[in-house]
Write a protein that binds this ligand. Structure first.
Ligand code: MG
Length: 258
């Protein structure tokens, strides 16, 4: 099931996305909260009539760096012995169709297309075989990065945590087998990144075990699983799209911060 979060006439709701033709998708409004028991209301609205919001409101976004060997190599890095984990703040999260604001303190903004894991239940110290029980679903992410700032500053909080640096969406797919799907990034329709999740150095199971060894994950928390090779510049006016096979396409325009 594809679960979107959206606003219509000033009200915010979750809805199950129905249909296949991207131009005629319909939302069946959900009664209750998607992470627990919920029902479809049967009240339907066309997707074209709503504004999509980020599909989850995470308590935290935990991101993993250098999880594809070819991407680590393209920036002159080794695959780390222990996964590199960092946070993106909740204020960095935007939805599909929202604008990425080019930060004033950078001259080199990069896209990073990533598979995002959405957590469905509160969990800590999750054993490998229980990981599937704590995952709610998957969505597309763009770990937008001020590359010059990342290289200049020891911690990545500003480089990867500025407002609008974490587009998520367009919705959460709850039935995906994420082990071998394509991840693609285009800028103004031109392909920049094309990878497969099977090339991740650490699997989703590995990452959930590693992260929950340290901290409790809450329903709606998000894990970004790293980007394949092909990262590159974004400029004001660009339209960047992340497409993951079996999920959909997350699209955002880059604007100058007003
Ligand atoms: Mg990344």
């Amino acid at each position: 099931m594809r679960i979107a979060r959206f606003s219509i006439d000033g009200n915010v709701a979750f809805g199950a996305v129905e249909g296949q033709d991207p131009d005629s998708l319909v939302l069946d409004i959900i009664k209750g909260i998607p992470y627990t028991d919920f029902e479809l209301s049967g009240t339907k609205v066309p997707l074209s009539k709503v504004r999509l919001l980020p599909p989850v409101l995470p308590n935290k976004v935990v991101a993993i760096g250098r999880n594809y060997a070819e991407h680590a190599a393209e920036l002159g890095n080794e695959v780390p012995e222990v996964p590199v984990a960092f946070f993106k703040p909740t204020t960095s999260v935007i939805g599909s169709g929202d604008a990425i604001e080019y930060p004033s303190f950078s001259n080199e903004l990069h896209h990073e297309a990533e598979l995002a894991v959405v957590i469905g239940r509160m969990c800590r110290e999750v054993p490998r075989e229980r990981v599937k029980d704590v995952v709610f679903g998957y969505t597309c992410a763009n770990d937008v990065t001020a590359r010059d700032v990342q290289q200049r500053e020891k911690q990545w909080a500003r480089a990867k945590g500025f407002d609008t640096s974490c587009p998520l969406g367009p919705w959460v797919e709850t039935e995906l087998d994420p082990t071998d799907v394509t991840i693609q990034c285009t800028v103004n329709g031109e392909q920049r990144q094309l990878g497969r999740t099977s090339d991740m150095v650490r699997s989703i199971e590995d990452l959930v075990v590693h992260i929950t060894e340290a901290m409790t994950l809450l329903p709606g928390d998000v894990i970004l699983t790293g980007t394949p090779a092909g990262v590159g510049p974004l400029n004001v006016g660009d339209e960047v799209a992340v497409t993951i096979e079996g999920i959909g396409t997350l699209t955002n325009k880059v604007i100058k911060r007003g």
